[in-house]
Ligand binder design. Sequence first.
Ligand SMILES: Cc1cc2nc3c(=O)[nH]c(=O)nc-3n(C[C@H](O)[C@H](O)[C@H](O)COP(=O)(O)OP(=O)(O)OC[C@H]3O[C@@H](n4cnc5c(N)ncnc54)[C@H](O)[C@@H]3O)c2cc1C
Length: 296
Amino acid sequence: MGRYGLFLSALLPDIPFEREFSLAAHTTVGVGGTADMFAPRTAGELLSLVRLCERCHVRFYPLGGGSNVLPCDGVFSGMVICTSAFDRLAAEGETLTAECGVGVGKLLQFCRKRGLVGLEFLAGIPARVGGLVCMNAGTKAGHVADFIESVTVAQGGKICTLSRSACGFGVKKSLFQEIPCVVLSVRFRLRRGASEEVQARIAAALESRAGLPAGRSMGCVFKNPAPDLSAGQLIDRSGCKGWRVGGAVVSETHANFMLNAGGATEADFRTLIERVKTRVARCTGIRLEEEIRYMQ
Ligand SMILES: Cc1cc2nc3c(=O)[nH]c(=O)nc-3n(C[C@H](O)[C@H](O)[C@H](O)COP(=O)(O)OP(=O)(O)OC[C@H]3O[C@@H](n4cnc5c(N)ncnc54)[C@H](O)[C@@H]3O)c2cc1C
């Protein structure tokens, strides 16, 4: 059992709360133990929760689609914040405002209906808006930060809006990975176009992903060390394809993917990740850096 959940939920009885929330069931890699979880439904509830956690020095962990996270085995010593209730979208001219819990599918369908062009490269990424922004998700065709005007966050006891330049965006990087906060909503600046154009670009993005490995994973485990240097190729050249620790396996089709081949644990993935890093460093002199986020 988590140590803080019952205490916090007694102080915030109106916010939906769940003990023994399954991390394996709510992450794409399907690994991990349990956590205490709050699911606030309004910005007011979220702010009260974040304030209380900050005051009580309880770590909170916003969870989106759970597609870039390696959860911990056992019990998470903090509070998971489920963001799925924040699922509203609004558009005004070329500006789109999306709440953090909106999934990529819903986001792109909205863009298609409104004829808003720009974010189609996200098609097929199993994420929510908060996670996209925190990770500055993207592909060779672009990154979310390129389309962001501002981000509204709950942090330090208040809600504030940051312009894009204040968000510390870099390659698969943002300020939101460094400071404990919850991204509440994002304003995107897009371009007007025809629905058919948006649809065609979504289809092209989906087609370009056809070769990615199927199965439970976190997507790419490591960042590319440079724009023209792929982590997957370095891992492949170092002979790590197919390496296995327990239930965790380096994909044979895309070496930067590690799959849960059944019954994998956090410990399996951590050991495999370290082995791959050591081997790649020995073979190429390059120290790979994780893109995925550890829960602890
Ligand atoms: C099959 C597959 C394919 C993928 N393909 C791609 C790809 O093409 N490009 C790419 O960039 N990524 C890809 N990924 C990785 C992943 O989908 C992205 O990193 C995505 O942005 C994560 O979003 P999420 O909502 O799932 O975030 P989560 O995995 O839930 O969280 C990721 C991080 O963001 C934080 N976070 C989540 N929501 C919030 C919030 N509201 N406020 C503050 N912090 C928050 C979490 O605390 C965590 O640190 C892929 C993953 C899989 C499994």
